[in-house]
Ligand binder design. Structure first.
Ligand code: SF4
Length: 300
């Protein structure tokens, strides 16, 4: 069944001139059939550089929106339109505008895990990999609003020594990982190294050996000599870690770190997306241009 489905996806993809992108948190079988696997911004940028006419984004809605913002001439599809991100949904445009009114001189930095409308209303975006750098380059006399993730924000505040106005959003998946999960696994495996994502709570970050984005965790585990790693981020990444580091062992810090939204995407839904040219994700103007500016300011 699965082989027939995979060859159906392959032939539909060729017919349509499509490229399939899979986020690091996707199911293993979805990652395996993708043309590109990575983090959301990197995938959107790489897709924009291809000559594909159609982009199938296996991830959550804001990621497909980012691909549509960076590739306005391509058709961007998400295989399940219900694959939203609770963190991105914790901040609406109206809430951000209200916050800006309270702090009219503040620079607004938004994490890419946010809606296109929120990005469009921001001064700059950031990723979990570059948030510290972006914030540290803002003149020290400036107030900074950091949204929507309070855990990433508190990590950036710690690392930069800046006081940030934080929106109280959070990723429910990363907040289900507990410091005791890491500490218990460390007791069982005293030589293991723990690598966690900055969307985790502060006590989880304190219990870890390394804090970084998904791409930084992949790099860290590749470069470090340890035989066992405890991984404090969404468990889909374990598939890629094992595939790329066959001699090493990877333990999820907690099986609770499983994002149900990411897992809505399946091989069947990818085939249906290609067959029906659905679900199309578009970002209207001027939101798309304004959001693109915020992303470009970050890249600059
Ligand atoms: Fe959103 Fe968290 Fe799921 Fe990522 S893991 S899509 S931030 S809810």
């Amino acid at each position: 069944m699965s082989e027939a489905l995979i060859s159906r996806i392959e032939s539909l993809k060729d017919e349509m001139g499509a490229v399939i992108l899979a986020h690091n948190y996707q199911r293993g079988d979805v990652q395996d059939i993708a043309d590109l696997v990575g983090d959301s911004l990197d995938l959107s940028r790489k897709a924009a550089a291809t000559d594909a006419k159609v982009v199938v984004f296996c991830g959550v809605y804001f990621m497909a929106e980012t691909a549509a913002i960076l590739s306005p001439e391509k058709t961007v599809l998400i295989p399940d339109k219900n694959a939203g991100c609770p963190l991105a949904n914790m901040l609406s445009l109206r809430e951000l505008e209200d916050l800006r009114r309270k702090h009219p001189d503040a620079v607004v930095v938004t994490y890419v895990n946010s809606s296109a409308a929120v990005k469009a209303a921001s001064d700059t975006c950031c990723t979990s990999a570059n948030a510290v750098k972006i914030v540290s380059e803002i003149p020290p006399e400036k107030e900074i609003i950091f949204a929507p993730d309070m855990s990433l924000g508190s990590y950036v505040a710690e690392e930069t020594g800046r006081s940030l106005i934080l929106w109280q959003g959070y990723c429910p998946t990363h907040h289900r990982i507990l410091a005791s999960d890491i500490l218990n696994l460390k007791k069982e495996h005293p030589n293991a190294l723990a690598a966690v994502h900055p969307e985790c709570t502060e006590d989880v970050r304190d219990a870890a050996d390394f804090v970084g984005s998904t791409s930084q965790i992949l790099e860290y585990c590749h470069e470090e000599d340890a035989g066992i790693f405890i991984i404090g981020t969404e468990i889909g990444i374990i598939h890629r870690l094992k595939k790329e580091n066959p001699g090493k062992e990877f333990l999820p810090a907690s099986e609770m770190g499983d994002c149900p939204n990411m897992k809505l995407i399946t091989l069947e839904k990818i085939a249906w997306a290609l067959e029906d040219n659905s679900y199309r994700v578009t970002v209207p103007e001027p939101t798309a241009s304004l959001a693109r500016c915020a992303i470009e300011r970050m890249l600059a």
